[in-house]
Design a protein around this ligand. Structure first.
Ligand SMILES: [Fe+2]
Length: 200
């Protein structure tokens, strides 16, 4: 899959265009603020976007989801626990096909109950669940939940996986899970007690 990282809006959001190269079938990950840079990237790639997928329901990730999907002739996709309207509601383990490839939905609650990551065997799009060097603070008052999502879901992916966050908050714009696991304090903290102490 080809990945384009696209910066949008005043909150350092990243959206992504993911294209299966042979078929040019594509998905967009998140759509907030402005749609023009995303449409431009789609046009430049010659892509046909099938899905516009939300990593979670916060406004800076979904405020233009429907508008972009209509413009591109795509379907909107959210997690089944989301209150947002969407064409498709998906659960943990759901797969979205793009040409001969597929993208798997990983339910990673914690930042919000409807948070998902998207994984295509080489890249993982983590929304606000995991940033370069930090995590998205959680609303659910469940540090256990976000610990589980990070340590039992994301870190069980191959460590060579390239991690793409929902915001440009880190020292680099993306890096491998291996690099992240060595330098992000929330990943270095392997047991729940040391993880939870980071919130004190
Ligand atoms: Fe968020």
């Amino acid at each position: 899959m080809m990945v384009r990282q696209i910066a949008v809006g005043p909150m350092a959001n990243f959206t992504y265009l993911v294209v299966e190269e042979a078929s040019k079938e594509a998905m967009v990950v998140d759509s907030g603020w402005e749609t023009e840079p995303i449409v431009k990237a789609v046009d430049e790639a010659g892509a046909k976007v099938a899905y516009v997928v939300a990593t979670h329901g916060h406004f800076d990730h979904v405020s233009t989801l429907g508008k972009l999907a209509r413009q591109l002739g795509a379907e909107t996709v959210v997690h089944e626990s989301s209150r947002a309207d969407a064409d498709l509601k998906v659960g943990d383990g759901s797969e979205l096909g793009l040409g001969s490839g597929k993208v798997r939905v990983l339910h990673t609650p914690g930042h919000t109950p409807d948070s998902v990551c998207l994984y295509d065997d080489a890249h993982v799009f983590t929304g606000d669940t995991l940033f370069v060097g930090s995590i998205g603070r959680f609303e659910s008052e469940s540090a256990e939940e976000i610990f589980t999502s990070i340590h039992r879901v994301i870190l069980r992916l191959p460590l060579s996986t390239m991690m793409y966050p929902g915001h440009d908050y880190g020292e680099v714009k993306c890096r491998t899970l291996e690099e992240e696991s060595r330098s992000n304090p929330f990943l270095v903290a392997r047991d729940f007690t040391s993880f939870a102490s980071l919130f004190a």
